[in-house]
Design a protein around this ligand. Structure first.
Ligand SMILES: Cc1ncc(COP(=O)(O)O)c(C=O)c1O
Length: 410
């Protein structure tokens, strides 16, 4: 079926500027670890007001770096939200951490700070928040709880490039922020991400561990000879100059990985970053238009922008009230898809109910607000910069017609 309003695989249409930048990068002397990556990191840091940025291949890899630099260990407890994409917790699962789920605010869909503290034990090490759908978590109470209990805070910023909390850039409030520049995100590098921190040690570790290096304590070889060989003087291979000429002390070193962003992605990212404010303004304009168009429709609630947040509407969310309309949410989605040609993708299945967490004993009933909101209320309509006026008006009309049809008032 050809949708009248399809879900788009790209957040914003790329133009001549992007094509020119990527084409120029193709002519560089290197497509890896070159000038574009360095420039992108510098510009992203400047845009955020962040001390350190390491560009990565994705938000997933930035999150893996976060778990590694925080040196989270098996059995360490980490508190997070159930309302997120499942990779938020992957690095924690991979390291054998115990994931504990707080509940959410039913309007912002963000972690509810009041539900964090009861989960804290002597094994809790970190709080991982997700600024869901483009709007900031209420960070002051989160940071206050974290500091009082000596916990670190990671911000999953996959949805909020350009979003703010009380005027501060998201990703710079906790200890580490992790961004995504996947094709669907508010700004894109195709695939890509960023690890952001204000902490010099985390930055130093991330730089080593994200770039095919180890990180640990090293001691100069007293004797630069290796068996019968002298240390080669002219070889360019870094191992000759570093790894092979040093020994690790006490076997204490962390093994890194290659999480780097390519030069082509970085070149694209530099242009997209320059457009980010305008792209986010466009999302806000679309969201406000739909808000105004559906406000007052019985059985439909809009998502509110919190006074502390600049919402950048990575997702456009509506709240459907099945009791008012007299039909379950699924029927409404069916109407939007089949009668109105709007391709609906609902984000995201509460992750404490995923099989891997159910296998660990997590159950329905653990996060009642997140469960009820997901199954009964939240709906996302497509949002991207290239929606036409006609498509926006069509979605507004479709919501109105859907409610009227299902409630028998058509
Ligand atoms: C909340 C959240 N975190 C992390 C990610 C992972 O991002 P990436 O695809 O860049 O690895 C996503 C992707 O959609 C996400 O929605």
């Amino acid at each position: 079926m050809a949708y009248q309003v399809p879900y788009s695989g790209i957040s914003n249409r790329l133009g001549d500027e992007e094509i020119k930048a990527v084409t120029q990068a193709l002519g560089q002397d290197t497509l890896a670890m070159g000038p574009s990556g360095a420039e992108f990191e510098e510009r992203f840091a400047e845009a955020l007001g962040a001390r350190h940025v390491k560009a990565t291949s994705s938000c997933t890899t930035a999150l893996f770096l976060a778990a590694q630099v925080l040196e989270l260990r098996p059995g360490d407890e980490v508190i997070t939200t159930p309302q997120t994409f499942w990779v938020t917790t992957w690095p924690l699962q991979a390291r054998g951490c115990v994931v504990k789920f707080a509940d959410i605010d039913p309007d912002s869909l963000n972690i509810d700070p009041a539900t964090i503290e009861p989960l804290i034990t002597e094994r809790t090490k970190s709080i991982w928040v997700v600024h869901y759908g483009g709007q900031a978590v209420d960070m002051d109470p989160v940071m206050e709880i974290a500091r009082r209990h000596g916990l670190t805070v990671v911000e999953d910023c996959a949805h909020v490039a350009g979003g703010t909390y009380k005027g501060r850039s998201l990703g710079t409030i906790g200890d580490i922020g992790c961004f995504s520049f996947h094709s669907l995100k508010n700004m894109t590098t195709g695939e890509g991400g960023a690890f952001v921190t204000g902490d010099d040690r985390y930055a130093e570790m991330a730089r080593a561990l994200g770039t095919i290096h180890n990180y640990g304590e090293m001691r100069e070889r007293e004797d630069p000879a290796i068996g019968p060989y002298r240390q080669p003087a002219y070889y360019k291979d870094a191992h000759v100059l570093r790894s092979y000429t040093h020994d690790y002390v006490d076997g204490r070193y962390l093994v890194g990985n290659n999480y780097r962003m390519s030069e082509l992605s970085a070149a694209l990212g530099i242009v997209q970053l320059g457009r980010l404010d305008r792209l986010n303004d466009r999302r806000r304009e679309i969201a406000h238009r739909i808000d105004a168009g559906v406000s007052g429709v019985p059985g439909i609630g809009i998502q509110h922008e919190k006074p502390y947040a600049r919402h950048v509407y990575h997702l456009y969310t509506l709240f459907y009230q099945p009791e008012t309309v007299g039909a379950p949410k699924d029927d409404f989605i069916k109407h939007l898809q089949e009668e109105e040609g709007i391709e609906i993708v609902i984000r995201y299945f509460p992750i404490h109910l995923l099989p891997e967490f159910r296998a660990l004993g997590h159950r329905y009933g653990e996060c009642p607000v997140a469960e009820k909101t997901y199954f009964e209320h939240q709906i996302q309509l497509p949002i991207y910069d290239h929606l036409t006026d006609a498509q926006i008006e069509h979605m507004i009309g479709a919501v109105r017609r859907g409610v009227a049809a299902l409630s028998g008032t058509a």
